[in-house]
Design a binder for this molecule. Sequence first.
Ligand code: CDP
Ligand code: CDP
Length: 223
Amino acid sequence: MDKKLRIAIDGPASAGKSTVAKILASDLNYIYCDTGAMYRVLTLQALRHDVDVEDESKLVALLKDTDITFEPDGNQQKVFLNGENVTTDIRQPDVTNAVSAVSAHKGVREELVRRQQVIAEAGGIVMDGRDIGTAVLPDAEVKIFLVASAKERAERRYKENISKGIETPLEVLQKEIEDRDYKDSHREVSPLVQADDAVLLDTTSLSIDEVVGRMKEIIQKLI
Ligand code: CDP
Ligand code: CDP
């Protein structure tokens, strides 16, 4: 593929976006950008500095002093906050539970969307999140909206947690996922919604390899 495409992947929590986006980016030799990690880094900063997650102006001020960078790590990616490796910290439950409140603020979104657009400027990128096809890259050449049933998504997260030695009951995970989906889909600014020109891909009964294969077929058809 010669053209440096912009591939936008959106969808609800734990639909498999980052897993397949990383593989796709590596196969195409593209950059991968996890926009959710950027909202998580600001949330971590807010918790560390005791900034109220409802206080938009304080969050925007904090974001000005928050440098967020990524570094490839084999098939994974490390995330840095002002040079500190926070890859693990941003996945902790306290951050996960507060991130939707932080990401709902217009001022926070404007600044992070601006940074994401700079990262995507040169093309050759797979970017995943909630509003990539609708707000960050409305002109992206490829837009895919990944979904899976809430039960399946909770089961995937459960297995992932078990492999890391964390045991959270399945029902708790499913409730957390549904709560976050609700907040992300009902906020005023850039809610989670499928772009009109995005291709819907239901991954409920698909393996990771099958999803990647389907995505490559979608890309071939679109270009
Ligand atoms: O990986 P997971 O599904 O847990 O979520 P994530 O992609 O890390 O995103 C964490 C949160 O950031 C989401 O629940 C949204 O509240 C917010 N987010 C957003 O608002 N817009 C994006 N483009 C990406 C994430
Ligand atoms: O980025 P997002 O929150 O959408 O999801 P993820 O973190 O990429 O995927 C959540 C979990 O589901 C991971 O443990 C993946 O390995 C797993 N997964 C899966 O079992 N089957 C798929 N088709 C896609 C992801």
